[in-house]
Design a protein around this ligand. Sequence first.
Ligand code: FEO
Length: 392
Amino acid sequence: MEPRKIRDNIYWMGVQDWDSRLFDALIPLPDGTSYNAYLINGSEKTVLIDTVESPLFSELEAQLKDVPILDYVISLHAEQDHSGSLHHILSRYPDAKLITSTKAKGLLMDILPIAEDSIITVTDGETLSLGNKTLEFIYTPWVHWPETMVAYLQEDKILFSCDFFGAHIASTDLFVTDEARVYEAAKRYYAEVMMPFRKIIAKNLEKISAYDIDLIAPSHGQIYSRPEFIIEAHKEWVGSSLKNTVVLPYISMHNSTKIMVDFLTASLVKKGVKVELFNLTVTDIGKLAMALVDAGTIVLGTPTVLSGPHPNVVYGAYLANALRPKAKFLSIIGSYGWGGKSVEILAGMIPNLKVEVLDPVLAKGTPSDVDFEALENLAQTIATKHQEHGFK
Ligand code: FEO
């Protein structure tokens, strides 16, 4: 794709990656993604903000064919989807300097063949004059690495935010046109990589609220011409409010756990609690992560395999523990044939979750009346606790 004009002397560059379906060999990309770079021609200096994955550099290089001089290339975040072509840029423009945060410098030198003397570090709040335009660097750490920062173009009121506010969508739209679709993709991205750092993300949101922002230009997805839409969405996600929802990831081998899952679901629904079921043999992990953003309770459902939980449920518990959702309650249901330690193993896998663990329900073989009564009690406990905590 050709460079696209955003404002006078400000251009989108980069790659629309329609085909990728997995990011970091982990995160599903149902809509592909984009790697955005931005060129700013100041009256005295020209800068490129971020780059693209190294194997995709030829596309960015072609977009730069009419850019004879580049004074600076800015790296807002050291991860390779944005930094991966920095060394190619520095080879093409040997007089250019690489500008990055103090923490990113070492990371970039670890990752890429970049000489130390080509790097200039900037501190939080430092500015860079391009002549008639001024870039201000704002440290916004832990989006989702420790070194992340954003850049604010003061005269044009544009926030270049890299991963912050990003959404994995490939599109020919330069600006966001379908906010509902972008909300979903941005929530997925937040859930997958930023949720564990939500307290710091909240501080970053507070920090940027001091700026008058006309456009947010992220490095994944389209540009926001209504920045308040995506800022408010992030405030909602990092906030303390929880939904009257149970997220229930499960596996069933011979139907006993499935019978329990269905019984518990029906009982919760009767009591006014929403349930989101995720059969872990077919689940899109991104959808599970999204559901974890604001669910009040997590229930894990597992059969017993080789005396422990099913490996897919182990994966689900590991993921939930790593993502640190703000759920307040957790329980475990499932079945076993002759014995096992599924509950102990799963309960030991979630030290990061600040949850009250509700009494588990384990059935021996096919669930009996006693098990259904225990599930009914669990549903009632969850409904009561959600009501007491005002989950909506
Ligand atoms: Fe889009 Fe953390 O890289």
